[in-house]
Design a protein around this ligand. Structure first.
Ligand code: PLP
Length: 545
């Protein structure tokens, strides 16, 4: 179906869980429409008087949207390393603008603390609703017309509400074979089990999904065929893969065929970093103007891989967005985009717990967004992308300095279809040990530079360890992880990210994994961590344990 032709969502209410169907409208929330009537004399709710809110205004100095450059700030000469190690961001002075949110604004329609700090509509404060609607229609362009926006306290909250709204105990949820552990943790205690689908370099494999669903046997599986999918299609956590448009369309069509709801958890959407190029092969790109503008926004948005929403002509996608990676995780603010029936049930689910995200955070974020405007926010996102791209590049440059990297096409497993780098020791004449080791030319680990997100997923070739025996994977992974910890470097241990024991496909049986985040450590510390990692892993692969 053409994505240009927009349709109404179809009735998907049969997907609602028993718990969700049993939820009544909160008695007071049902009266909200009267509360909002201009001039109404409301003596109904337990609303405190704003006169007693102890904050008369909130002021903030907000960075300008063009704070971060759109291309790496200096060319990739060998000096750039020194600049990153010793200069970095602190050298540049922040440019800020002051914004204020008064309790009672002079201009009608401006954000008011009297409203923001009051019990309010769970869907979002009016100005935020308006901003998000415009943002979604410009950036994601859903293929169905009646999409609805509902705010939440971030994607963790969004996913756990989706689970409760859609799944019954005893059911399974389709997910990537390696996935975000917190997402699994929010469903497993309710006896809702992960059903892993194999991955390749583009994320979840559509042929495996089709096979799994077409051959589903509820008796041997001891659960009905799954009707919900949890997926992280951009900068997948942990593998770093990003799904192509063609793969997304295939997955969407399979979900239509087997009536599956797709929950698209997409916190890294705006960290689409592009392909990694070795330091010496990088050429400085032309410097764009860097000023927010409608043309620049449109051009940039068109370079982003489309969301599942863009193919969703039935309204079977629940998209989860968050400000955690684009503004700050402590804001605890995000939103659902989905069909109105699901949105209404998700709202009911939320109003018996948090009710709505914190009014302080909501008003400050809304103020920043409306102050920047849509084009300013897009400009901010573009700057962030370049910042994380530089961190990714620097981290992989450090690996390339420390190890010998050999590029090979991956023919199977989670990197199938990608160029993978196999890392072995570099010959260092000064140390007898390294020389002896490198003579054996063992691959100690391999990885694919991520094209999005914050992580490098590293596969450890534990079968190359002198004391390796089949079945030793977890023990050796933990031993190396512990040694690194003892030497002051912490990586994410790979076992945490397996959707469940079924994730052990034969290809990966003899390898361990680490998830390494390059997003939050200063350049000098990234370099230090790679040097320590180099020493520890070389020693580890020498040892007969
Ligand atoms: C895939 C994925 N989903 C959700 C989250 C958490 O998002 P939020 O802070 O919005 O709850 C993360 C954070 O690391 C993540 O990687």
């Amino acid at each position: 179906m053409s994505v240009e032709k927009r349709t109404q969502s179809i009735d998907l209410s049969h997907h609602l869980s028993e718990l969700s169907k049993a939820r009544l409208t909160s008695p007071l929330k049902g009266l909200m429409k009267y509360f909002e009537q201009p001039g109404i004399l409301s003596l109904a709710g337990g609303l405190p008087s704003p006169a007693y809110f102890p904050v008369s205004d909130i002021s903030a100095n907000v960075l300008v949207p063009e704070s971060f450059a759109l291309t790496p700030t200096e060319s990739s000469t060998s000096l750039s390393w020194l600049w990153k190690l010793f200069g970095s961001h602190n050298a540049t002075k922040e440019r800020t603008q002051a914004v204020t949110i008064p309790k009672y604004p002079a201009v009608k329609g401006d954000i008011s603390l009297a409203d923001s700090l009051q019990y309010g509509p769970a869907v979002a404060q009016a100005q935020l609703q308006e901003f998000l609607k415009h943002f979604i229609s410009e950036v994601y362009r859903p293929a169905f017309e009646d999409w609805t926006v509902l705010i939440d306290t971030g994607n963790t909250d969004g996913w756990s509400r989706a689970v409760m709204t859609l799944c019954n105990p005893g059911e399974g949820v389709l997910c990537e074979e390696w996935t975000y552990p917190s997402a699994m943790a929010s469903m497993i205690p309710f006896n809702i089990q992960p059903v892993p689908v194999a991955m390749d370099g583009l994320g979840m494999k559509s042929d495996d999904l089709e096979n799994l669903l077409s051959r589903w046997d509820p008796v041997s599986r001891q659960m009905p065929r799954p009707h919900v999918m949890y997926i992280v299609p951009v900068g997948q956590n942990p593998s770093g893969s990003t799904m192509s448009v063609a793969r997304k369309k295939q997955i969407y069509d399979i979900c239509v065929k087997y009536d599956v709801i797709i929950v698209e958890d997409d916190p890294y959407y705006f960290l689409q970093l592009g392909t990694y190029t070795f330091k010496d092969d990088r050429s400085p790109s032309a410097t764009p103007s860097g000023k927010p503008s409608a043309d620049e926004s449109e051009r940039y948005v068109s370079t982003l891989t489309p969301s599942f929403l863009n193919f969703d002509y039935q309204g079977r996608v629940i998209r989860l967005d968050t400000f955690s990676k684009t503004i700050a995780p402590g804001s605890r603010l995000g939103w659902f985009t989905c069909n109105p029936v699901f949105a209404e049930r998700l709202e009911r689910q939320g109003e018996t717990s948090a009710q709505s995200p914190c009014g302080f955070g909501q008003s400050v974020i809304t103020k920043i967004l409306t102050h920047w405007t849509y084009d300013g926010y897009i400009r901010w996102l573009r700057g962030l992308r370049t910042e994380y791209q530089q961190r990714r590049d620097f981290f992989i440059d450090c690996l390339a300095e420390e190890f010998h990297l050999h590029a090979v096409p991956a023919v199977a497993g989670v990197w199938e279809g990608c160029i993978m780098y196999q890392a072995s020791s570099k010959v260092k004449k000064s140390t007898g040990m390294t020389e002896k080791y490198s003579a054996r030319n063992r691959t100690m680990f391999s990885f694919v530079p991520p094209v999005a997100g914050m992580f490098v997923w590293m596969r450890l070739h534990l079968d190359q360890h002198p004391s390796f025996a089949p079945g030793d994977r977890d023990t050796l992974e933990t031993k190396l992880w512990t040694k690194l910890g003892e030497n002051g470097v912490l990586f994410g241990p790979g076992w945490m990210f397996a959707a469940n024991a079924m994730a052990e496909n034969p290809d990966d049986n003899d390898s361990g994994h680490f998830r390494i985040s390059f997003s939050n450590v200063e350049f000098a510390d990234l370099k230090k961590a790679v040097t320590i990692f180099g020493r520890v892993i070389r020693e580890f692969f020498q040892e007969d344990l």
